[in-house]
Design a protein. Structure first.
Length: 351
């Protein structure tokens, strides 16, 4: 497995942002997507409503196609690692719906006159390696010549519609469980500032290339009411989507939140991303913070996660099973972080 072997040109120097931090800010995206209502086919059982992780199209009573796409500019300089991270992140949306991925298509935009062909090849090889680990082929794709390096996938999956997990099904009393620790955006910002040491890089790669396979087993549990993954809008943003879809309030305990160790120290030292600030501007009015919370703590709540963890809303009776599923798949830092309650829609952070 490659570690910190950079390409001759730093990939991150060619991008204005990196990873899921490249997402358009939540408020701006809402304005862009304001369109006149259109008639949708009945077979499209999940579309663009409530910012779901993927679209779902029913084929018959027992099968539905799950379709998603995700791509971004480099979050790291090593081309092979960039490809692995981008592919893992794209496949995550299929797992977040509880579906089995079946194939991928590559999306490639590269500055051909700037980057060596070997560097570009290593990016696609990294993506193909992750797809192989997920048991799916890269069956084709599309490429263009661009100013910034861009790589990602279209991913298709299959699911029994009866087992589909959405982000809007949480119920009052559900426990909230987060599958991966937070802080990837802070690590990527530190990398770009040349402040990330070898151990911090190792942690970053370990989490961003860990496939969210627990989604498959979570789909089998009736007590799992809602499922999503935490990516560019940060924990607060994706949890608010869950709250709005269910019409509920989320109460999260700060002391229960898992963090990547190196990211925690960097956050305390003032490292954060521009996307974190944009995220707060887009939805901060719906996040209720306790008195005395430091700015670095707020940045961890809004930190954009690339290939972040699954966020689960489940019954108290199912909580232990969910934790066991995460443990079985190697997600040792999965943690119960709070509870969904009846009340005004929003996120309350408790200490």
């Amino acid at each position: 497995m490659n570690t910190m072997t950079p390409s001759p040109i730093r990939l991150t120097s060619l991008a204005h942002g990196g990873g899921c931090g490249c997402k358009i800010a939540p408020g701006v995206l809402t304005e862009i997507l304001k369109t006149a209502p259109i008639t949708l086919p009945a077979a499209l059982i999940v579309g663009s409503e409530n910012n779901e992780d993927a679209a779902v199209y029913r084929i018959n009573d027992d099968q539905a196609i799950v379709a998603t796409t995700d791509f971004f500019t480099p979050i790291v300089d090593d081309p092979y690692d960039f490809g692995r991270i981008a592919a893992t992140n794209a496949i995550s949306d299929i797992y977040a719906m509880g579906a089995h991925p079946i194939l991928a298509l590559g999306l490639l935009g590269m500055p051909i006159n700037t980057l060596p062909i070997e560097t570009i090849r290593r990016i696609t090889e990294g993506g193909a390696a992750v797809c192989a680990a997920a048991g799916i082929p890269v069956a084709g794709g599309h490429s263009i010549d661009t100013v910034e390096p861009i790589y990602g996938l279209v991913v298709l999956g299959l699911i029994d519609p009866a087992k589909l997990k959405r982000n809007n099904g949480a119920r009052a009393g559900d426990r909230l469980i987060l599958g991966k620790p937070l802080g990837v955006g802070i690590l990527s910002a530190a990398l770009k500032q040349e402040r990330l040491d070898a151990e911090g890089y190792r942690q970053m790669i370990a989490y961003t290339t860990q496939l969210n396979r627990p989604g498959l087993a979570l789909a089998e549990l009736e007590g799992v009411h809602a499922l999503t993954d935490v990516t560019g809008f940060g924990l607060a943003g994706h949890l608010l989507e869950m709250c709005r879809g269910a019409g509920l309030a989320a109460h999260v305990q700060w002391d229960a939140l898992p963090f990547i160790p190196t990211a925690l120290g960097l956050a305390q030292a003032g490292v954060h991303t521009g996307a974190s600030t944009r995220n707060w501007a887009g939805y901060g009015q719906d996040v209720h913070l306790p008195d005395g919370l430091a700015e670095w703590q707020r940045h961890l709540l809004t930190d954009p996660q690339t290939s972040g963890g699954l966020l689960v809303a489940c019954t108290g009776e199912t909580e232990a099973q969910v934790h066991q599923i995460f443990k079985n798949e190697g997600f040792a830092q999965a943690h119960t972080i709070g509870v969904m309650r009846a009340g005004p829609v929003g996120l309350w952070l408790d200490r």
